[in-house]
Design a protein around this ligand. Structure first.
Ligand SMILES: [Zn+2]
Length: 595
C-alpha cells in the first residue's frame, strides 16, 4: 500500500512532522535526558516506560514493546491505515497527498469522516444562531441566564439551541444540499418510521458541542430545560465519535490541565461550565456514561493527577466506587472528592467559590482511603462487619503491586478496624506480581536446550550489539559492509534488519532510523526501535574492536566443532562423532528455524 504514495511525499511529511508534537497530543511527556517519557497509551502502566526520541523520531515502549515512527504511532493509536496516517499528517503540515493514492475503501472512509465533521461544523453554527438570534431561542437564553451562565462562557463552549420543531435542522440542511447520509450517520437526523423523510434528533434542547483534541466537533450533547426525559441526549456513536473515550470540555481544558498536571472529572456539562466560569478551567465530564477504561486512557495522556468529583448522594458514591475499579484495572491512580451533602460542583462553587473548591480538592482522598472508608461505613465495625470489610478489601489491597504501599494500607486498615495487622496481611496475597507479563529488551533471544541456549544467547547478544551500533552510529556502516559482518550472523531477524540498514545507506547515502522501519514487519520494527532508542556512546575504535571480537568468536566456534569432528573421526569414536554431527545439524536447523 505504501508504494501508492510517492516516496518523496512520504519522506517530506516524515521529515516535517515532529513525533514529539504528535505524541504529546495524547500522551503527557516529560523530558528524560535526550528523550521524552510518558505513560504508554498501548498498555496499562504506573511508571512511564514509553519513550520518544526527538533525535531519532521514533517511539518505543519498554513495557509492551510497541514501537515505530510518527506514522506507526498514528496507525496504532487512531486505527488508521498507512496511507490514511500519511494523509492525516500531510493535512496537518500543509503537504498535499493526492486522493488517488488511497484505495477506494480508504477514500470512502476519509470522505465520510470529513463529511461528518463538516456537517457537525454547520450544525453547530445553526444551533448557535438559534440560541443567540432567533425568537425561539429566547427561552433558552433566559434559562442559561437563570443558571448563571455568562455570555463569555456561552461563547467559549459554543453553546447552542435546537428549536422545538420536528425538522428545523433537516430543513436547514435540505436547503444547503448536504448529503443526508452524512447527517444520518452523524445522528443529527433520524428517518421517520412511517412514510419518508427525517426528523431532528435534538429538539428544544440546549446544545453542547463535544470537541476533540483536533478542535473538530465529534458530536453533540443536548439538555432539556424542564423535567422532560431524557434529561441528556447525545449524538450516537459514529465514525468520528466514541463515547467511551471522549470527554466533554477536553479542548477547552487541555491547556490548563497541562499547566497544572491536574484534571477534575465531574458528572455534568453544566458542572464543567460553572467551574470554568469560576476560573477552574481544567474540568471535564464524561458523556452521561460511567467512567470507562477509554476515558482513563484519554486522561492519562494529559495529566498525572486526576480528581474525580462526585455529589454526595448515594448514586454519586456508587459511581465513585465503580470508577475505583476502572482505575485499578488501568493501573492508574486517582483521588476522590465527594462534595458536602446536597451539593454538586455547580452549586458548591457558586456558594463557596473557587478557593474553597481548590482547598477541598487538595484534601481529596486517595482511592484506597476512600474505598476503605466507604467499606467500613457500609458494614460497620461489628464482628460480622469486620469480616466483610476484610474480605471485600482483599482484592483491591492484593492488587497493589508496590509492596511498601500495600503494607502501609494494610496497617491503615488494621488501625481503622482494630483487626490484627498480621492477620490481615496473611489473608491478602498479591494478585499482581510486579513486572509480570512484561516484555523486556532481554526477552527476545533464548530457547532450545539449556547449554545450547546459553551459547546461542551469547552470540545473539553480540549480534544485537552490532545492530544497535549500526543504528546508533551510522559512521561504522561502510566498515560493516566491507567486512561482510552480517554474513556471519546466526539470528536471521537481526541479519535482515542489518541488511535493510545497509541497503538504505548504500542507496541513499544517508540513513535515518525512522526511514528504515517502514519496510519492516511488526516484530522487526519493534526490535529495531528498541535497539535504536538507547543512549549508548560509540567511538570508532570501540566499534572496530566489537566487530573483530565477533568475527574471531564466530571463527573459534566453527573451528572448534570442526576440529572435534575431525579428531573423533580420526580416533574412530563413533559415539562422539554421532553426537558432534548431531550438534552441527542442530545448529544448522536452528539457523533455518529462525529463518
Ligand atoms: Zn506499552
Amino acid at each position: 500500500m505504501a508504494d501508492q504514495i510517492p516516496e518523496s511525499t512520504i519522506s517530506e511529511i516524515r521529515s516535517t512532522a515532529d513525533i514529539v508534537d504528535i505524541v504529546s497530543e495524547v500522551v503527557l511527556l516529560k523530558r528524560a535526558g535526550k528523550n521524552f517519557q510518558g505513560l504508554c497509551p498501548f498498555h496499562s502502566e504506573k511508571t512511564p516506560s514509553f519513550t520518544v526520541s526527538p533525535d531519532k523520531q521514533v517511539f518505543y515502549c519498554f513495557g509492551c514493546g510497541a514501537g515505530g515512527n510518527v506514522f506507526t504511532f498514528l496507525m496504532q493509536h487512531e486505527g488508521l491505515s498507512f496511507p490514511e496516517a500519511v494523509r492525516t499528517l500531510g493535512r496537518r503540515y500543509g503537504i498535499v497527498v493526492e486522493d488517488r493514492q488511497l484505495s477506494p475503501e480508504e477514500r470512502a472512509r476519509m470522505a465520510e469522516r470529513d463529511g461528518i465533521f463538516d456537517v457537525h461544523q454547520q450544525a453547530a453554527a445553526f444551533f448557535r444562531r438559534m440560541l443567540l438570534e432567533s425568537p425561539e431561542g429566547r427561552t433558552a437564553r433566559a434559562y442559561l441566564e437563570k443558571r448563571g451562565m455568562r455570555s463569555e462562557t456561552i461563547e467559549r463552549f459554543s453553546l447552542g439551541y435546537a428549536p422545538p420543531e420536528w425538522d428545523a435542522l433537516a430543513k436547514y440542511f435540505a436547503g444547503r444540499r448536504v448529503p443526508t447520509t452524512y447527517l444520518e450517520t452523524a445522528g443529527l437526523i433520524i428517518p421517520r418510521k412511517s412514510g419518508s423523510g427525517f426528523y431532528d434528533r435534538f429538539r428544544d434542547r440546549i446544545i453542547f458541542p463535544i470537541t476533540g483534541v483536533s478542535s473538530r466537533i465529534l458530536g453533540f450533547g443536548g439538555r432539556v430545560m424542564d423535567d422532560a426525559m431524557p434529561k441528556y441526549l447525545n449524538s450516537p456513536e459514529s465514525p468520528v465519535f466514541n463515547k467511551r473515550r471522549s470527554l466533554y470540555g477536553l479542548e477547552a481544558a487541555r491547556g490548563r490541565c497541562r499547566e497544572t498536571g491536574t484534571a477534575y472529572v465531574v458528572e455534568g456539562y453544566f458542572d464543567v461550565l460553572a467551574l470554568a466560569q469560576a476560573g477552574v478551567t481544567n474540568a471535564l465530564a464524561t458523556l452521561g456514561t460511567a467512567l470507562t477504561a477509554g476515558h482513563v486512557k484519554t486522561l492519562k495522556g494529559h495529566v498525572s493527577d486526576i480528581v474525580l468529583v462526585f455529589d454526595s448522594d448515594q448514586a454519586g458514591i456508587r459511581a465513585a466506587l465503580k470508577s475505583v475499579e476502572v482505575f485499578r484495572k488501568e493501573n492508574m491512580d486517582a483521588r476522590i472528592l465527594v462534595l458536602p451533602e446536597g451539593h454538586d460542583p455547580d452549586s458548591f462553587i457558586r456558594k463557596f467559590g473557587a478557593e474553597a473548591f481548590g482547598a477541598a480538592a487538595r484534601n481529596a482522598r486517595s482511592m484506597m482511603d476512600f474505598l476503605m472508608e466507604e467499606t467500613i461505613r457500609k458494614h460497620g465495625l461489628s464482628v460480622e462487619g469486620k469480616l466483610r470489610i476484610i474480605s471485600e478489601m482483599q482484592g483491591p489491597l492484593g492488587a497493589i503491586s508496590d509492596r511498601m504501599a500495600r503494607s502501609l494500607y494494610i496497617r491503615n486498615l488494621a488501625e481503622k478496624t482494630g483487626v490484627d495487622e498480621a492477620m490481615i496481611a496473611e489473608r491478602i496475597a498479591p494478585t499482581n506480581p510486579p513486572g509480570g507479563g512484561r516484555r523486556g529488551p532481554a526477552a527476545a533471544g533464548g530457547g532450545g536446550p539449556a547449554g545450547e541456549a546459553c551459547l546461542t544467547g551469547r552470540h545473539i547478544r553480540i549480534e544485537r550489539k552490532i545492530i544497535t551500533m549500526m543504528l546508533q552510529f551510522p559512521d561504522i556502516l561502510p566498515e560493516v559492509e566491507r567486512r561482510h559482518t552480517l554474513e556471519l550472523f546466526e539470528d536471521e531477524q537481526l541479519k535482515s534488519i542489518g541488511r535493510r540498514i545497509l541497503t538504505q545507506y548504500s542507496t541513499t547515502g544517508k540513513y535515518h532510523v525512522s526511514d528504515v522501519i517502514e519496510a519492516l514487519d511488526d516484530t522487526e520494527r519493534e526490535m529495531t526501535v528498541n535497539l535504536a532508542i538507547g543512549g549508548d556512546v560509540w567511538d570508532r575504535e570501540g566499534c572496530l574492536r566489537l566487530l573483530a571480537q565477533f568475527e574471531s568468536g564466530r571463527k573459534r566456534q566453527k573451528d572448534n566443532l570442526l576440529q572435534k569432528i575431525e579428531a573423533a573421526s580420526r580416533n574412530n569414536d563413533q559415539a562422539l562423532l554421532l553426537k558432534l554431527l548431531k550438534e552441527k545439524q542442530h545448529r544448522a536447523r536452528k539457523r533455518q528455524t529462525i529463518n
